[in-house]
Design a protein around this ligand. Structure first.
Ligand code: NDP
Length: 409
């Protein structure tokens, strides 16, 4: 294969969990892919290691205080190095056929949009940017002629079995949920759970924020909103089904009674590879699915009394306007508070609900409006969080707070 035949790829959020799975696929297929740009948030050592292995033209780290370490680690490599939020956007703007959008949280909004605006094929892992700015993002995708390929395993599954040309034959879609590590826990038990317990997901190995979202089932709520934008469906046509084995990744129910599903071993390399090779498929090293070994697949309805975050997300989607962005920003602060030991597990949804009840913003009309709203709601959520901590509404005793980029999520 000629150098020019290789697909050029950039990874936004290369140092994270999705970034790592993407790198794994690239390294297994060096003859098919060339790397244009990589980005990280704060982890300069990992970004340098990846850069030396993949040889991108350009590398950006969001936290300017990590620039020196990155620059030094890559000195003499010929790789261009930059730092700051603008540099991350510049990485997204660099010519690449395919861009993985895997920055966590609303921080991924502008970089993802930058790739969309130049008409790239964008593999979208960052669900928060569709939650906060779904209408605007989908308009930008259409205007730029960009291609958005869902990477989230549920949306990728639906994408694989959703017949776009026969939309009118589709009754509804069903997102499956593992139920997370506290699937069978009572609310009282959940109240005492520590960050370490919440991030220990039984099926998926993921970053800290999405692991906590999975434990509260906010993740499924964010995914309902994400699906509404990706597949242009109303909230009442998106069901959720708890499926602890995480083998059936999601389903599409047709009006004739047929239900089409995508199944596979729970491994993010499968949906990422689908997006990477699309519209073809590629070989992966994912463990083949052996249904005779698994033998039993179970399903149940979600319990919104124990997992109120799911109901809050549905409410935000039904309300529309600014409410999904409010939900997302409040949740990011609440998860940050929980991970740093300043909020109890069940208080995450309580804080989000409080912020939603108090918020009455008008619908954002532009990305700048979304960013402004996001900052404003984060401020409001952080103030409520501080008030809870000082008024005795503090979390249960935990010695396992997880250090995250405080103030940067
Ligand atoms: P991780 O926490 O593992 O990685 C997040 C990435 O974002 C890292 O590269 C991190 O850099 C970077 N980052 C963090 N803050 C900033 C910032 N302010 N500016 C620029 N970059 C930043 O998360 P995951 O890989 O688990 O998740 C990434 C996204 O994919 C999330 O939106 C998640 O919901 C979604 N997703 C993840 C799945 C999974 O299996 N992990 C499944 C489906 C969706 P650094 O580490 O260097 O600070």
């Amino acid at each position: 294969m000629q150098e020019s035949d290789r697909k050029t790829v950039s990874i936004l959020g290369a140092t994270g969990s999705i970034g790592g799975s993407t790198v794994d696929l690239l390294q297994a297929n060096p003859e098919r892919f060339a790397v244009a740009a990589l980005t990280g948030g704060r982890n300069a050592a990992r970004l340098a290691e990846l850069s030396l292995a993949l040889r991108p033209d350009f590398v950006a780290i969001a936290d300017p205080s990590r620039y020196g370490a990155l620059k030094e680690a890559l000195s003499g490599s010929g790789i261009e190095v930059a730092a700051g939020d603008e540099a991350v956007c510049e990485a997204a703007a660099r010519p690449a056929d395919w861009v993985m959008a895997a920055i966590v949280g609303c921080a991924g909004l502008l970089p993802t949009l930058t790739a969309v605006r130049r008409g790239a094929t964008v593999a979208l892992a960052n669900k928060e940017c569709l939650v906060s700015a779904g209408d605007i993002m989908m308009r930008e995708v259409a205007a730029a002629g960009a291609t958005l390929l869902p990477v989230d395993s549920e949306h990728n599954a639906i994408f694989q079995v959703f017949e776009q040309r026969r939309r009118d034959a589709i009754e509804k879609i069903v997102l499956t949920a593992s139920g997370g590590p506290f699937r069978d826990a009572s609310l009282t038990e959940m109240a005492g759970k520590s960050p370490a317990e919440a991030v220990a997901h039984p099926r998926w190995d993921m970053g800290a924020k999405i692991s906590v979202d999975s434990a509260t089932m906010m993740n499924k709520g964010l995914e309902v909103i994400e699906a509404a934008h990706l597949f242009a469906l109303t909230e009442d046509r998106i069901d959720v089904l708890v499926h602890p084995e995480s083998i059936v990744h999601s389903l599409v129910a047709y009006r004739d009674g047929s239900v089409l599903a995508q199944l596979g071993t729970p491994d993010m390399r499968t949906p990422i590879s689908y997006a990477l090779a699309w519209p073809e498929r590629m070989q992966t090293n994912v463990r083949p699915l052996d249904l005779s070994e698994i033998a039993t697949l179970t399903f149940s309805a979600p319990d919104t009394a124990r997992f109120p975050a799911l109901a809050l997300a549905r409410e935000a989607l039904r309300s529309g306007g600014a409410m999904p962005a409010v939900l997302n920003a409040a949740n990011e602060i609440a998860v940050e508070g929980f991970l740093s030991g300043n909020l109890g597990f069940t208080q995450i949804a309580e804080l989000v609900e409080d912020v939603m009840e108090a918020a009455d913003p008008s619908a954002p009309g532009s990305i700048d409006d979304v960013i402004e709203l996001d900052l404003e709601i984060r401020g409001a959520a952080a103030r409520r969080l501080a008030r809870r901590a000082t008024s005795g509404g503090s979390p249960p005793d935990t010695d396992s707070a997880i250090e995250i980029g405080a103030g940067r999520l």
